[in-house]
Design a protein around this ligand. Structure first.
Ligand code: FAD
Length: 319
């Protein structure tokens, strides 16, 4: 009987949204789907994890997992793997889970596949190369469990309406696994929805010409409501906006209902992070910009003139 586990990262707001996506996928490839959640609040995450398909949640609320980076979680996870022998463990490609997955791989000696964009079966996954231009199937060999890091937003999270049994994890964490201590945690102050969760994303590129012009995107976002602002790597590298804004191969993957690309050329490395959006609107002064090939609606014009007009129009139509 195929058994797939999801390593569900626990944060202050509950399970990482990507763990619910992974559970949804796991349901389609295994008859036994279980999750491992470690850290304060882990037991409570069992409700959401169960609802998305976890039949069992191995959970520990021990603060050691939040206080020390990766090592305690990897230690506990390896112990659970040895005891319960899953065929595959899915991790979301996040900073913390990458760290845990790498350490687990070093201990188990099994295959670790990173940056997967789909999981086809217990030994086949998909990834994208050449900036997303080519999709490749990868066959995983070696001993179980196969370890797979999957890009968030690769598939939707769909509840299945189940409940999970909670099995308490009582791993003894040796002192030599408590080396890197998290001294402080800083939440980035942000107004409005998160980039990955917003229904509308307005992303700006070099065509905005000046960092100060990003303000018109913020203004457009607040005129629309439930919208977030993103950016290309070119402007992130130029220091116009923080890295957390970056959409693309080396940034975030977003799948909003509407993606508005403003002054963005449409390089493949950018497209890979937003091409799953339901509707794409592009504003660019160059009619031959590659972004127009992907756009459902293209506006050829100067962004600095078009966007203020759009804001005006939206405000005028609001009751
Ligand atoms: C390994 C690797 C990883 C990468 N990862 C990423 C990634 O994650 N995300 C990402 O975005 N990029 C990534 N890149 C960079 C990518 O290749 C492009 O360089 C980048 O996306 C270009 O950003 P841009 O569209 O803002 O700038 P440009 O390519 O310079 O495009 C600017 C556009 O603005 C238009 N324009 C100019 N003035 C105006 C105006 N007044 N009004 C309207 N339009 C105007 C121009 O016609 C042009 O199309 C990566 C590259 C590499 C090599």
């Amino acid at each position: 009987m195929a058994k797939v586990w999801v390593y569900a990262e626990v944060g202050p707001d509950g399970p990482h949204p990507a763990s619910l996506e992974l559970l949804t996928k796991a349901r389609s490839i295994a008859d036994t789907v279980e999750a491992v959640a470690l850290g304060p609040g882990a037991t409570q995450t069992a409700v959401a994890l169960g609802d998305h398909g976890a039949q069992t949640v191995f959970a520990s609320d021990d603060p050691v997992y939040a206080e020390y980076l990766a090592q305690p979680a990897a230690h506990a996870l390896v112990g659970l793997i040895e005891e319960h022998r899953p065929n595959m463990v899915l991790f979301a490609t996040t900073y913390d889970s990458r760290d845990v997955a790498g350490r687990v791989q070093a201990r188990t000696g099994s295959t670790l596949m990173s940056n997967a964009t789909d999981v086809l079966s217990l030994d086949r996954v998909q990834t994208q190369i050449f900036g997303g231009a080519t999709v490749v199937d990868v066959e995983l060999s070696g001993p179980d469990p196969k370890l797979v890091l999957v890009r968030p937003k690769s598939f939707p999270a769909e509840p299945a309406g189940g409940t999970a049994d909670v099995v308490e994890v009582n791993a003894e964490i040796p002192e030599d696994r408590k080396r890197a201590r998290r001294a402080e945690r800083h939440e980035e102050a942000a107004a409005g929805p998160k980039l990955e969760e917003a229904r509308v994303v307005i992303a700006g590129g070099r065509g905005l010409q000046d960092p100060a012009n990003f303000a018109i995107l913020e203004e457009l976002a607040s005129a629309i409501g439930s919208a977030a602002v993103g950016a290309t790597r070119a402007v992130v590298d130029a220091g116009w906006v923080p890295y957390s804004y970056q959409v693309g191969q080396t940034g975030k993957t977003v799948k909003p209902d509407v993606y508005i690309a403003v002054g963005i050329s449409g390089a493949t490395q950018h497209l890979v992070g937003m091409k799953g959006s339901k509707r794409i609107v592009a504003i660019n002064k160059d009619p031959d910009a590659p972004i127009f090939k992907l756009a459902d609606l293209g506006v050829v014009g100067d962004a600095l003139k078009v966007v203020p007009k759009l804001i005006e129009e939206i405000k005028a139509r609001k009751p």
